[in-house]
Design a protein around this ligand. Structure first.
Ligand code: FAD
Length: 388
């Protein structure tokens, strides 16, 4: 029987892209020597360091795929891919600009007015304007079309009321792109949704922390208590919110942050093993993890290449997220078995037991964030090219 296929293709990076990789590694070595905190699991979620973001931006590595006329680097998806995979593998503190660079910038470029592009994109590329994702609500996570946040028309714009949940960085960032219902007259749940750019320091925005198991504050409830917005806060056309959000999710799901989040722990493990006598079994198990990592990376690179070529890649993106996020959690369990160590939060930050504790305490989120794996498997099953 012929197996079903995904249409994924192998990718070869060009020599100039590999040169860019070396430049990023040199930059990271300088940063490490200067004392920037590196090597942390989940650094794209919790490593908030605006100074580091600005230094990256000075090199042209934030907003690098945005057009030059809006302050971006005018470079390709694969070049951006190489930069971000190096940053994530090093556990560099990239969370300040992560959402702005990955999805808010591209979304504003695609759906925004000329005035919105000129207002936001140059500041995003300069590493000076940070965004959160305002999609999920208490009863609308997997079923995103169930959002209850309402946007009502006013004389000169919109009034937003509702509560978003799991909003990463809302207490630190400048804006959130909020999905809200603008019309519920039509029977189609997907129609009547729109997106808005909301300033997070608005006095009618109330932010309430949600703590991770580790006690860290990265997430929030984010209450919109009758927030008054001008007409220019609408992103895209009224009623196009669903189409816009699904486009954003494709960017959110396939990148290297879906399999590299815990790789700094693997690097730390290898450092530990180097210091002692590594047994053949430990060696083999690290090798197996590395082989899995390498195959998921090839699939993810294939998605980046497909997006660059304008080919659809929704099924491959869902596959990357399913395989990649399961790998992130399984890596933590494997590492615990390869070198049994007591994980500790009450010890030196950056020490091996502390990194292990961080990766364990973040584990419940790996397969949930960005859409749960159960939902993604539905997308994969529907999208596989089955032999006729
Ligand atoms: C670490 C983390 C960061 C996040 N960051 C953000 C953020 O910044 N902004 C934002 O808007 N959201 C964010 N989210 C929210 C995230 O997108 C949602 O948690 C996710 O979409 C799941 O929604 P839910 O939590 O409501 O779970 P539910 O939808 O209630 O699902 C609960 C369980 O039921 C299963 N399930 C639900 N429906 C089906 C179905 N049809 N078939 C099979 N199984 C099903 C799910 O797979 C899951 O296991 C974040 C979440 C996490 C954990």
């Amino acid at each position: 029987m012929t197996p079903p296929t995904t249409g994924a293709r192998a990718v070869q990076l060009r020599p100039e892209t590999q040169r860019l990789r070396r430049e990023v590694r040199d930059f990271l070595a300088e940063e490490r020597a200067a004392g920037t905190v590196m090597g942390r699991p989940d650094s794209w979620l919790t490593g908030w360091d605006p100074g580091f973001t600005r230094r990256l931006a000075e090199r042209g590595w934030v907003g690098m795929a945005l057009p030059k006329e809006y302050g971006g680097g005018g470079r390709g998806n694969l070049e951006r891919y190489v930069v971000i995979e190096e940053l994530l593998a090093a556990g560099a503190p990239v969370s300040a600009h992560w959402v702005a660079d990955r999805q808010a910038g591209p979304s504003i470029l695609r759906h925004g007015t000329e005035e919105q592009r000129r207002r936001f994109l140059p500041r995003i590329a300069a590493g000076r304007c940070f965004f959160s994702i305002g999609m999920s609500e208490q009863h609308a996570g997997s079923d995103l079309a169930a959002v209850r946040t309402r946007a009502e028309r006013t004389d000169d714009g919109w009034r937003l009321t509702g509560t978003k949940t799991w909003t990463g960085g809302a207490h630190l960032n400048d804006y959130a792109i909020v999905l809200a219902r603008t019309d519920d007259e039509s029977g189609d749940r997907h129609a009547g949704l729109s997106q808005f750019i909301v300033g997070l320091r608005d006095p009618r925005v109330r932010i309430e922390p949600i703590r991770l198991l580790s006690g860290e504050h990265t997430f929030n409830y984010f209450h919109l208590e009758g927030v008054e917005l001008g007409a220019d806060a609408l992103l895209g056309r009224p009623g196009d919110g669903w189409r816009q959000v699904t486009g954003e999710l494709a960017l959110e799901r396939s990148g290297p942050e879906r399999f590299l989040s815990t790789v700094p722990l693997l690097t730390a493990l290898v450092e530990q093993l180097r210091r002692g006598a590594c047994t053949p079994e430990q060696h083999t198990r690290v090798g197996r993890l590395t082989a899995r990592l390498s195959s998921i990376r090839q699939l993810s690179l294939g998605v980046a290449a497909a997006l660059e070529a304008g080919r659809p890649a929704d099924v491959q993106a869902a596959l990357v997220k399913d395989l990649g996020t399961r790998f992130e959690g399984e890596l933590v369990n494997e590492v615990r078995e390869i070198l049994p160590t007591a994980a500790r939060t009450d010890t030196t930050k950056g020490s091996y037991p502390e990194l292990l504790a961080t990766a364990i305490l973040h584990s419940p989120g790996y397969t949930l964030r960005g859409g749960t794996n159960e939902i993604l498997r539905g997308i994969i099953t529907r999208g596989l090219e089955l032999p006729s």
